[in-house]
Design a protein around this ligand. Structure first.
Ligand code: NAD
Ligand code: IPM
Ligand code: MN
Length: 344
């Protein structure tokens, strides 16, 4: 029996998580849940973001965290979202952000002549350092001479562990190719470290073809020849950008799932999309990304059959056109949930 911490969050986060939980209740009825009231409402009410004792409970009492999204126009700079979302990733040291780009039905791919056979790769995004640590500062703020510095952090340990995670995944899943993407031609210090460590790590995986692309070319190739990729491994910021691009290849953010993992320690599962304030509260959000995220969580919990059932039910909804409006269907969020349940 596994215990799940649920953080629905803001905007469409809570709408899609509700549908994900309906699906989970069918395929894994023995899972138990505790809901956590964290997010914009709570922050505006009493200033709480992500208290240490709550985080400690995630570490000790739960097998996984299932999370919607954070972000609310009422909160200046989305301070709460940074503290909660990045707080989960950093403070639980969830160094692997695993984001599959697997097309489930050809008609949702915007690329001419490409289908399920061509669009099927995964991205390993470094999730605990890079441009995301907030290290930096501002000087002479609000003057003509002001300076803003944002430091990119690349540690040998941090780089090595995400590279190894990507190769280990490739090896375990029979994937032949790993591609590391950086911008070492412009970022000579941090990304030169990535290049050097990549060459060393690759030696331990001689059966896997280890290639490299600068991130600008990687973005182009993802569109031109997505079939060139099995596993992409990259830093935090580039991984963020490439995975929104990747989501477009499979039908958009409404279908993109992700897992944040520190193997054997903790794991958090969230759709790639945000709180989408533009459609929140309108029954327009596509819940399929949250469901495919639940599928990743089930797989992580060792429930392969249940994970497959969810993916297959989602795939059949896509095949039948039983989808939300942004995918050309006419279903609302709840009806899209009904459609998946009906196919389970
Ligand atoms: P977003 O992902 O929320 O939305 C981008 C666009 O995609 C919008 O037009 C939205 O309507 C659409 N969209 C997203 N998810 C959808 C779904 N499930 N169904 C249908 N359409 C969907 O990105 P944004 O607008 O840049 O960010 C909004 C807020 O969310 C910001 O505060 C941002 O920081 C936050 N955010 C949070 C997370 C997270 O908590 N994991 C992730 C990304 C963005
Ligand atoms: C994501 C989001 C976050 C990120 C934001 C909300 C900080 O875009 O999960 O992809 O950049 O990691
Ligand atoms: Mn993103």
């Amino acid at each position: 029996m596994s215990r799940i911490a649920v953080l629905p969050g803001d905007g469409i986060g809570s709408e899609v998580i509700e549908q994900g939980l309906r699906v989970l209740s069918v395929v894994a009825p023995d899972l138990t849940y505790e809901h956590f009231d964290l997010g914009a409402d709570r922050y505006l009410r009493d200033g709480t973001t992500l208290p240490e004792d709550v985080l400690q409970r995630f570490r000790n009492e739960f097998d996984a965290v299932y999370l919607g999204a954070f972000g609310d126009p009422r909160v200046p700079n989305n301070e709460h979202a940074k503290e909660i979302l990045l707080g989960m990733r950093f403070r639980l040291d969830l160094y692997i952000n695993f984001r599959p780009c697997k097309l489930l039905d050809d008609r949702y791919c915007p690329l001419r002549g490409k289908g399920r056979k061509e669009v099927n790769f995964v991205v390993f995004r470094e999730n605990t350092e890079g441009m995301y640590t907030g290290i930096g500062g501002q000087f002479k703020r609000d003057s003509e001479d002001e300076i803003a510095i944002e430091q990119e952090i690349n540690t040998r340990k941090g780089v090595e562990r995400i590279l190894r995670a990507a190769f280990d995944y490739a090896r375990a899943h029979g994937k032949k190719r790993v591609c590391m993407s950086d911008k070492a031609n412009a970022m000579r210090h941090g990304h030169e470290l990535w290049q050097r460590v990549y060459k060393l790590v690759a030696k331990d995986y001689p059966e896997i073809q280890a290639s490299h692309l600068y991130v600008d070319v990687a973005a182009m190739k993802m569109v031109q020849t997505p079939e060139a990729f099995d596993v992409i491994v990259t830093n935090n910021l580039f991984g963020d950008i490439l995975t929104d691009l990747g989501s477009a290849l499979i039908g958009g953010l409404g279908l993109a799932a992700s897992a944040n993992i520190n193997p054997g320690v903790a794991a958090m599962f969230e759709p790639v999309h945000g709180s989408a304030p533009d459609i929140a509260g309108k029954n327009l959000a596509n819940p399929l990304a949250a469901m495919l995220t639940a599928s990743l969580m089930l797989e992580h919990l060792g429930r392969k059959d249940a994970a497959f059932r969810v993916e297959e039910a989602v795939r059949r909804c896509l095949e039948d056109g039983a989808v939300t409006r942004e995918l050309g269907g006419n279903l609302g969020t709840t009806a899209a949930g009904d459609a998946v349940l009906a196919r389970l």
